[in-house]
Design a protein around this ligand. Structure first.
Ligand code: SF4
Length: 168
């Protein structure tokens, strides 16, 4: 494979003429407290469950927990087991393959717990609502306490939802 040759001057001009990173917009505003009865002010451990996502939401969640948006600064952390979690962060439609694992993850999360639907697919089925592989909508299995709309939601929206629970 051959690559087009570019002069050093051309490369330097490209580097200094284009922004290489997205500008931060500062911390998002705090939304009013949610309706959930779970008191997780200050610290919230979440188990993420991909119930059938296209992975677009996962990219934004990864960004929300990355150094730019820094969800841990607002008390939100991801944990490896639902048994160690205050709630579930659920993305995607509920596919046939993930229906059982999602129900088991819900059962393994200590009560009371919070359920966060992240992205349009988890909120209402989104663009895959009528797809062959879909078992149910998330709200036919469990009523989410928090709904983060968007396809995918912006990291600021994800952070704002976390802050409505941790109040940080
Ligand atoms: S809401 Fe959009 S980005 Fe998120 S899983 Fe569904 S289709 Fe993908």
């Amino acid at each position: 494979m051959t690559f087009p040759k570019r002069s050093a001057r051309s490369i330097i001009r490209t580097i200094f003429s284009k922004p290489v990173s997205e500008a931060t917009k500062g911390p998002p505003p705090i939304k009013p407290p949610s309706a959930t009865s779970v008191d997780i002010r200050g610290s919230m451990q979440l188990r993420h469950v991909d119930a059938g996502s296209c992975n677009g939401c996962e990219l934004e969640i990864a960004s929300a927990f990355g150094p730019t948006y820094d969800a841990p600064r607002y008390g939100a952390r991801l944990v490896a087991s639902p048994r160690h979690a205050d709630g579930l962060l659920i993305t995607g439609v509920v596919t046939r393959n993930m229906h059982g694992p999602l129900v088991r993850a819900l059962a393994a999360t200590p009560q009371p717990h919070v359920v966060i639907a992240c992205g349009d697919c988890a909120v209402n089925g989104g663009m895959f609502a009528d797809a062959y592989g879909v078992a149910l909508r998330l709200d036919q299995i469990v009523e989410p306490d928090i709904r983060i709309e968007g396809c995918p939601p912006h990291p600021n929206e994800i952070i704002a939802a976390f802050r409505s629970l941790t109040e940080l």
